[in-house]
Ligand binder design. Sequence first.
Ligand code: ZN
Length: 506
Amino acid sequence: MRRFFQFFGFVILAFVLFLVSSDTYPELMTVPEPEPVSTPSPTPVISVDDNIYHAIIQYGTPEIIKHNNRPVYAYIRYPQGGNATDEVISNWAHTLYKDIMADFQAIQQTDDSAIGEINVHFDSYLVDNRYAGIFQEGKYSLTLDPLIPVGEVVKTFNIDLANNTFLDSTDILDYSMSDSVLEILRDRMMAEHPETERYLAFIDASWLNLLVISNDGIIVILDKNRVLPEMFDTLTVILPYEDLGDALLIRREAPLTPVPSPTPTPDNSETDDPDQDDPDPDPDQDEPDDSEPSVPPQSGSIDPSKPMIALTFDDGPGIYTDEFLDLFEKYGVRVTFCVLGNLVNTQEEALARAVSLNHEVIGHSWDHKNLAKLSAEAVEKQISDTFNIIEDVTGTDVKLFRPPYGAVSDTMRDAARELGFSMVYWTVDPEDWNTRDSETVKHAVINGTVDGSIILSHEIYKSTLAAYEGIIPELLQRGFQFVTISELLKHKFGDLDPGEVYPMIR
Ligand code: ZN
């Protein structure tokens, strides 16, 4: 019975998401009944566990909806570009979160041990400085019950930046010419996803419902369970601009100049300086912090007889990483960044700078999934892909990682042991992701910190940066030394055991 209610809830939620995700597109047309599958079945083409996904962030800065505590682990990333379309995108993300949370709470009425997870990312493209395309993709699960299907989240936004309006699919493609477009789509499917061949007989204009403008062409998204049978994961195909001819309704004018900044900071979204043609404005230029430190900076060497603490910053790198580095440099303190592998390529310079300033950079998974739910193989891939990209970008090779949500399974311990990695937890959690209030965070950290504390924060919030502007001088004044997580653990535990979680939490 309980399972029935869970499934029923899922069906309702799937319907709600269907409504949410179909609002900016032409009405969905009839989906062809797929033929029965003969063996051998094609393997899914996109599997998040098997493919390395690097975030493409050409438009907007990432904003995160997060829930870091049981019973739902949520990580929803969406872009904000500093213009009038932001609100719609933000509302979509918050509605998604609220709907899934509400459905989860209904399940909890009958199963209070249920743990849910939402994991949503985006890619964003800037085309001709005139258009932005955003592709949101992710999954959610409401319980660990394998009989309850995993939910799919797919959503696209296409923005005409010159006019601050959204484009519908019908503004992008001329559907009266869909026959010729479908011919291109069929050819591209055969080239990129030949295992779909037997289903291409059913191709029709409904396959063109979900589009994203990208640099090379229009990305067609065939989201799971919509046009292809269930065994296929979400597939994407690019229709090159040069092939589309008159069917393409956009991108017929010269690129816009001056260039709208692709990475406006959320705080100065109002400014629209026509002289500003630096595509990557340095946040320091806005508010140079050349003020003197309010207490003497920390000296270079560690005094083992004095109390030591480790600041750890998760979920980056992000647009504030450089400003955090300025603050740490001012006070001579060293910290540890626990980064997401799929964001490393978006802030390579900041991470290289962090290592050059003797901070530590370790992994926090590839894409912020709850690793405790994954297979050994998938966990090993999460750990080593993240390790490898950190090593590529910074040259460091510290075999430590911070598990997302602090969730640890025996499978994770075994996988980490196999790869020679230890895991690191935390002892002070100011919940900066939750309050986003610098005073609250500041008091929680200052009041909670003792010798040996490992403090968890997130470098992706301006409020957290403001909190640390007060925290660091205060804790220095109280005689704490700021060291990296490796230094702290080495001091307290000596050599670390692979597969172990520190401080021990068994
Ligand atoms: Zn995290």
